[in-house]
Design a protein around this ligand. Structure first.
Ligand code: PEP
Ligand code: MG
Length: 662
């Protein structure tokens, strides 16, 4: 369609398209559409169900909540309308790729969630939290507990409107500049941070956000009040979208509004920029924006009053290898007063302003840990054999490719548990089959000739995933999680299995299913593996041999192990969940730490029963829960026939030493 407007020729173009993007117009695809649209001078809108959005506004586009399969109308007006419409149609129908935004999800720097409950009762003066990343540290505290920005007035005079609008624009520019800050770290965690920053910059520059604030300033509202109000309103709109991925954007919008308000109030708003020396960070809530700005390399430890073991910061702590305790129960005033801190990430405790004796005790433990580490170095690359000549595979539990080098450095003989959920949790969109394949292929190749056991998505319980798992269940640990959810969501499971089958062509890959309780689940899952292999063969894609196993981590699986053993190639005992389910004790509840012991007779009976079933059926049995790395458990497990122990990489040399002495 073409029309005339004055002397200039104004083109109009329009077409409908069915969105073929698996994630719909979520954060990343929306950002791509916007980036592409901004390359045209034409005004472009996308219409869905009678509602339209400016295609140059990520926020507006996301608020349209376009899902895969939705029909949309793309409309443009301007000299390059035709090209804009055709180009956008090609993107949303998946026929063409737009210039990519920094997509670093596949490099997400997640690490194995140890989520150990506190092992011992806290000593006097110790603050108890959730163990998020192992290790001990003692040193100067860096307290980051910013006050919420508060407007100093509600209204401005008519004569101030122009100047205040300008001030607001400068504040936005300042925030964008902060978000441009490049990190010195060139690894995966930094790439993730860059991804977060790019998304936040998008929000800060979004016309929907800017225009709404400026309209309020024009109506003589104080700019701080205006920006906070718009942030709240926009966040609220995201909160109401029937899709948790979109809902999670509410936090981004609020964070950006807060940051702009702080700049308007003359505060940097983030003292994090002032963190220039190595320190232990003491904080409350850490937003995505905070994380993006954190100089992670300087952190020696972390204590936060909010967050769980699978929060972003906990994942980053494990990835960067500093001890972390999150969700510490303490008055804000106590945390605010911190000058020095001692933290024990393995026990989930911290001491604020420790007296010299306590500080010395922590320093001594740190030194001892260092000494032990040096003494164990001799075992790093041995192939551990029991005295009766059995070789035991001592493998690593990983959650991301960023941990490969660390694990190899500790002498990992393969990967006994690759927790794939962190690839899904860390980024802002679901990883595609190809993205997963790239990661799995890299892991498989890195550990050749050893095997890598990929566990299919284990979401639910303590690992909620916005957009996939229900965020609220009465009993999440007894809920719709692990294989239960994946069997109901083949669109999640199939791309994952296809990616694993393809990676299996490049080395030794195995797959295992989490949270199995019934034989029907195993049969259904195996049938999907077979179907995926068949599909790939028809498509001419190369696949490799793939052993199929299950995690034995529910009492039901342990009790039915003899039957299940006939259906699979191997068992891997997940002692973390097996313990919590056997003992009916939530593994994240520090109060129940005394019950959460894999060496309780009830749990030992479950493990023994599983090993016996595996032995009788002639299949391999490994252990990938935390018990695999516990010195007292190792001889027992080997005695029952366990042939693979998989653990946090840093525990590998000690485990090899113990195996050699068994
Ligand atoms: C387990 O339950 O023991 C296990 C290894 O899995 P996760 O800790 O990831 O639940
Ligand atoms: Mg488990």
């Amino acid at each position: 369609m073409a029309g005339q407007a004055g002397m200039e020729q104004v083109m109009e173009a329009e077409r409908t398209a069915i969105v073929q993007l698996e994630e719909g117009l979520h954060a990343r695809p929306a950002a791509r559409v916007v980036q592409f649209a901004k390359g045209f001078v034409s005004d472009i809108e996308i219409v869905k169900g009678g509602r339209s959005a400016n295609a140059k506004s990520t926020v507006k586009l996301m608020l349209l909540a376009v899902k895969e399969g939705d029909e949309i109308v793309i409309r443009a007006r301007g000299e390059d309308a035709e090209a804009a419409v055709e180009g956008l149609a090609a993107i949303v129908t998946g026929e063409a790729d737009a210039p990519a935004t920094p997509a670093a999800r596949e490099e997400a720097a997640g690490a194995a969630p140890t989520a150990l409950p506190a092992q011992e009762p806290a000593a006097p003066g110790e603050l108890v939290g959730v163990a998020a990343s192992e290790g001990v540290a003692v040193g100067p505290a860096f307290v980051y507990l910013p006050h919420e920005p508060q407007p100093r007035r509600t209204h401005i005079a008519a004569g101030e409107v122009e100047a205040e609008t300008l001030r607001f624009r400068r504040a936005v520019e300042a925030v964008c500049a902060m978000l441009e800050r490049r990190s010195d770290d060139d690894d995966a965690a930094a790439a993730t941070a860059a991804d977060i920053m790019a998304a936040l910059r998008d929000v800060a520059q979004d016309p929907e956000f800017l225009e709404a604030v400026e309209a309020r300033i024009a109506a003589q509202e104080d700019p701080v009040a205006a920006v906070l109000a718009v942030g709240r309103e926009l966040a609220e709109r995201f909160t109401h979208i029937d899709d948790a991925y979109f809902r999670a954007r509410a936090e981004d919008v609020r964070g950006v509004a807060r940051q702009v308000a702080n700049v308007l109030l003359g505060r940097d708003g983030s003292d994090l920029a002032a963190l220039a020396e190595p320190a232990i960070l003491v904080a409350g809530h850490l937003s995505a924006l905070d994380l993006a700005r954190l100089p992670l390399r300087l952190l020696r430890g972390l204590v936060t009053s909010e967050g769980g073991p699978t929060s972003h910061i906990a994942i980053l702590a494990r990835s960067f290898g500093f001890p972390a305790v999150v969700g510490v129960k303490a008055e804000e005033a106590v945390l605010r007063a911190a000058r020095t801190v001692a933290v024990d990430g393995g026990r989930g405790v911290a001491v604020v302003n420790p007296d010299p004796a306590v500080a010395a005790a922590y320093a001594a433990r740190l030194e001892k840990a260092e000494e032990e580490r040096r003494a164990l170095a001799a075992f790093t690359h041995v192939v551990p054999k029991t005295r009766d000549g059995r070789v035991i595979e001592v493998a690593a539990n990983l959650g991301s490719e960023a941990e490969i080098d660390g694990a190899l450095g500790f002498g990992a003989m393969g990967v006994g548990l690759f927790r794939t959920e962190f690839l899904f949790m860390h980024g802002r969109t679901l990883p595609s089959e190809d993205e997963q394949f790239r990661i799995y292929a890299r892991v498989v190749k890195a550990f050749r000739p050893h095997a890598v056991v990929f566990r299919t998505l284990d979401i639910g319980g303590d690992k909620a995933l916005p957009g996939i798992a229900p965020e609220r269940e009465e009993n999440p640990f007894l809920g719709w999680r692990g294989i239960r959810m994946c069997l109901d969501r083949p669109h999640l499971l199939k791309p994952q299995l296809r990616a694993i089958l393809r990676a299996a062509a490049l080395g030794t890959a195995r797959v295992m299913f989490p949270m199995v309780t019934d034989i029907a689940e195993v049969r259904a899952a195996r049938a999907i593996v077979d179907a995926c292999r068949q599909e790939l063969a028809e498509e001419g894609q190369e696949t490799g041999p793939l052993e199929v196993g299950i995690m034995v981590e529910t009492p039901a699986a342990a009790l039915c192990a003899a039957t299940l053993a006939r259906e699979v190639d191997f068992f891997s005992i997940g002692t973390n969940d097996l313990t919590q389910y056997t003992m009916a004790a939530d593994r994240t509840n520090a109060r129940l730490a005394h019950l959460n012991r894999a060496d309780h007779p009830a749990v030992l009976a479950m493990i023994e029963m599983t090993c016996r079933a595996a032995r009788e059926a002639g299949i391999r049995v490994g252990v990938c829960g935390e018990a695999a790395g516990e010195p007292a458990m190792i001889p027992r497990l080997l005695g029952w026939g366990v042939s693979e122990l998989s653990m946090s990489p840093s525990l590998i040399p000690r485990a090899k030493k113990i195996v050699s002495e068994c």
